[in-house]
Design a protein around this ligand. Sequence first.
Ligand SMILES: [Zn+2]
Length: 110
Amino acid sequence: MQLRCSYCHNMFALSREAALVALHTMESENLQHYDAHCLSCRRANTVARDRLERAYPNWQAEYKTMMKEAAKAEKEQAALEKKAAEAKKEKSEAKKKPKRKSHGKKSKAK
Ligand SMILES: [Zn+2]
């Protein structure tokens, strides 16, 4: 969503993610507006809640999806870290069991 700063009149973008988070915050805190900070002069521009709601009429579902994706990404990150930790462990165990072959998709070494 493009906004025009009411102080310096520069256009700046409010990302979809930021808008969805703002809508969620306004709902949970019962606020009627959101302060979007101008990228040029950093001053807060008031954006009415209904304006955001009109821009994202399906924001609740979109917010849910976004959070789900974030949780999924976090999970994947955790899985990767776990894998890395296990790989480390395997490496140290490899001395005991030298016959272990790495199976799986082409993994990037390093
Ligand atoms: Zn500005």
